[in-house]
Design a protein around this ligand. Structure first.
Ligand code: FAD
Length: 439
């Protein structure tokens, strides 16, 4: 979006030249996991390639490097796609003020969403939706633009020197692939492989039943309108459209409630009793390292560490386990996801966590506590997902992996006993909920 706006302005100015620039916070970059760093770096390399190797990368923690570059280049406008999450909004405000001080205008273009966050309202009173299903209907009715075609007639400015794409500080466990061309090829493969069966297979952790496009969407490599334009009205396509709309819903909710990035959407949950101190830290460590003794939880946590991605169903299972079995606050899990997910997205992450914790947007009247063992039987019905990520259970056959403690040699290869009794912790969680119920 920013590129088209910038290209049109450059053509109008008569100068025609466009310099693509990427700014990043160098301190934040160092705090990311290896997979996340590699994801960003590969995304930048692909962007550099598709902009005729003219991408200029600048970094610091104040954005001054970006302003200095704009002054040096003698530009009058800087164009950026508008951000709608609290950090992005704050950064764009700082940038706008700094550029203005130098006589340069920051022009914010469109958004990374099909429909701009903050624009879907209840027709009855103009307020925001708190529940997904009516939001979806209104979002669908609002409609969206066709995918943009790249403006023609501009030229890339030749960059001076190296692009300065950062170097990851550690090795990646696999080769990360990124960029628009790769995202389009990924969507084509998904269309051939799984889109028609998406409504049935998307919950199966052991199948490749989803698109794996979240990295590309989170990095802005592909626009959701490009995906939406390729969908028809069949069942699989409709369900996929609804999943894209979850991303849009959460962006809308976070935009209107910026405090919910790390605070409770449903404020009474702030008063719930959560565990803290050294024993809580030990529990958190077992969750992070995938050594809780609950195979489905541990497989998910190891998939995250190894690949920077986790299946949506399993994200719900591990999140429910952290909040409702370990009695820890959702933000601790969300922070770990932020550090490790290559598709990290502030709105989907905070609200995915809050939905599962029971303190977020939700049409459901009851308090959901996922049973990590039953979820395994249901969504990994042959045990292949668990075996893939937990080598200590590979000697077991079929569904034996879901309760290895019941098998004579189930725990002989170093896999731990379950760290807790799920039924007891479920009861404890419900008792703590009772304490904050509005009487
Ligand atoms: C606790 C928790 C944390 C999450 N954190 C993130 C995050 O940081 N970044 C992120 O992109 N998604 C997050 N999700 C949502 C979801 O798990 C991922 O979007 C999905 O697993 C990505 O895989 P995919 O691209 O194959 O999805 P597909 O099933 O192919 O879906 C297509 C696209 O729709 C969107 N989408 C699908 N499901 C959801 C959902 N439940 N919420 C929001 N958007 C959705 C994504 O952009 C996704 O790429 C989280 C979910 C939970 C429960």
């Amino acid at each position: 979006m920013a590129l088209n706006g910038c290209a049109s302005a450059a053509i109008k100015d008569g100068d025609k030249s466009v310099l693509p620039v990427f700014w990043y916070n160098d301190k934040e970059f160092l705090s990311l996991s290896g997979v996340r760093q590699h994801s960003l770096v590969e995304s930048l390399k692909a962007l550099d390639e598709s902009t005729a190797r003219s991408l200029q990368v600048v970094s610091d923690d104040t954005m001054s490097s970006l302003v200095d570059l704009a002054i040096k280049q003698g530009v009058r406008h800087v164009h950026a796609t508008e951000s709608f999450d609290p950090e992005g909004i704050a950064e764009q405000r700082v940038l706008a003020a700094k550029l203005k001080g130098a006589g340069i205008e920051l022009v914010l273009e469109d958004s990374y969403y099909a429909v701009k966050p903050g624009t879907v309202h209840k027709p009855s009173d103009g307020t925001a939706y708190r529940v997904y299903t009516p939001f979806f209907r209104a979002w669908f009715d609002a409609g969206w633009l066709e995918p943009a075609e790249l403006t023609e007639g501009f030229i890339w400015t030749e960059r001076s020197g190296e692009s300065l794409i950062p170097m990851p500080t550690s090795e990646a466990s696999f080769r990360v692939r990124a960029g628009e061309a790769f995202a389009l090829a990924t969507f084509s493969r998904f269309q051939d492989r799984a889109l028609d069966q998406y409504s049935e297979d998307r919950n199966r952790a052991d199948l490749s039943g989803t698109s794996h496009l979240s990295h590309a969407l989170a990095h802005g490599e592909i626009h959701p309108r490009t995906l939406l334009a390729r969908l028809s009205g069949t069942e699989g396509h409709n369900v996929f459209r609804k999943e894209i709309a979850w991303r849009e819903f959460y962006a809308d909710v976070l935009y209107r409630n910026p405090h919910t990035l790390d605070d409770y959407y449903e404020p009474r949950f702030r008063n719930m009793r959560y565990d803290s101190g050294a024993s809580a830290q030990k529990k958190l460590e077992r969750w992070k390292t995938g050594t809780t003794g609950f195979p489905m939880v541990d497989a998910g946590m190891r998939q995250l560490k190894l690949t920077g991605w986790m299946h949506n169903r399993v994200r719900m299972i591990v999140a429910s386990f952290l909040v409702k079995d370990l009695h820890l606050e959702w933000q601790q899990g969300a922070n770990w996801f932020e550090e490790n997910l290559s598709d990290f997205d502030p709105a989907s992450n905070s609200h995915g966590w809050q939905w599962t914790a029971g303190c977020g947007t939700d049409a459901s009247p009851y308090y959901r506590v996922f049973n990590p063992i039953l979820q395994g039987y249901k969504f990994d019905p042959e045990g292949n997902y668990v075996r893939k990520y937990i080598p200590e259970l590979r000697h077991l056959e079929g569904i034996e992996v879901h309760e290895p403690w019941l098998i004579v040699d189930g725990l002989t290869h170093g896999y731990p006993e379950p760290m807790l009794d799920h039924k007891a912790e479920r009861d404890e969680s419900l008792a703590r909920l009772e304490e904050i119920k509005i009487k």
